[in-house]
Design a protein around this ligand. Sequence first.
Ligand code: PEP
Ligand code: MN
Length: 364
Amino acid sequence: MSFSIKEWIKRPEEPFIVAGPCSAETEEQVLETARLISKDSRVKVFRSGVWKPRTRPGHFEGVGETALEWLKKAKVETGLLTTIEVANTNHIEAALRHDIDMVWLGARTTVNPFMVQELAEALKGTDIPVMVKNPVNPDLQLWVGAVERLQKVGLENVIAVHRGFSSLSQNKYRNYPNWALLIEFKSLMPEVPVICDPSHIAGRREMILEVSQRAIDLDTDGLMIETHIDPENAKTDSRQQVSPAQLAETLDQLVFRSARSSNFEFLNRLEQLRKRIDKIDLDIIDLLSARMQIVEEIGLYKKDNDITVLQIERWKEILKNMIAQAENSEVNIEFVKQVYQLIHEESIRLQTDVMNQKLAKNDE
Ligand code: PEP
Ligand code: MN
């Protein structure tokens, strides 16, 4: 086998593509899916759920250990490496016994530090690569904590998987991507490769390409895409799985851009553009500072004349003018509204402070 996950983790330059069914259902389904997937050399690892975490009982819960034999056959025949989800120590023992190459912790496991710790202890002493899905809820610390627990027992090959988050509000995703949280994860743990699972974010196959491209544009290191020989009739997650042909099509359409470049001219131009941005950012802070000084002056003036801090008509007028300006300048109106809401809140806070200080002085 020429591809080594451990080597890749040290230099994650080419995208790490994991594909395979949500669940292993039959030997035929596993082998046929693996055969077709393996025709595409971009796919390195074959995934399959063996024990399935179902929200409610009474649904297909995976075929269990039997499937590990099928995965072994798939690996021998196709050369693809294999990965499964593990959620307890028995799962880990079985995975190791059956030569599974890599394991992953599911979103319902990452939420529970007790479980993560138990799994970390069970994996201690092995050097099996582990993928850690983000927790179901948008809690960055839980995700970081799970990765740390694995690293602390000496596991060096940990990869994070962004699979989106449950959300109370209705939106077009099955699991809301919360890209900002992904970016924060990457800045807290820059040494940990992150791949994206667009299947569980999108929840429907029509959206896999769009979500994958978005993730790649944010410099993620690869993708995990649920792929099934007969997606429509899959026993789990049938709406979001793609066929091996659709997988290849998706990979063809994606534009992988490099976050790094050694082209001197490119770097030079990028540097110049960044310097301009830095200058504008400093100007923004200077302008905010100047605005807030005037706000303080107005606060004192209002106080001396017994006028309330908030004058709703004035606020409406500012907002109207700024929206008009945004329209003229082709800046996103929603964005400008939000920025002005924050500026206004801060101005009110400052004026209220100024008035209270003045009051305190008068009391002395
Ligand atoms: C899966 O990968 O099939 C799965 C159950 O994922 P998650 O833990 O992200 O829900
Ligand atoms: Mn699934």
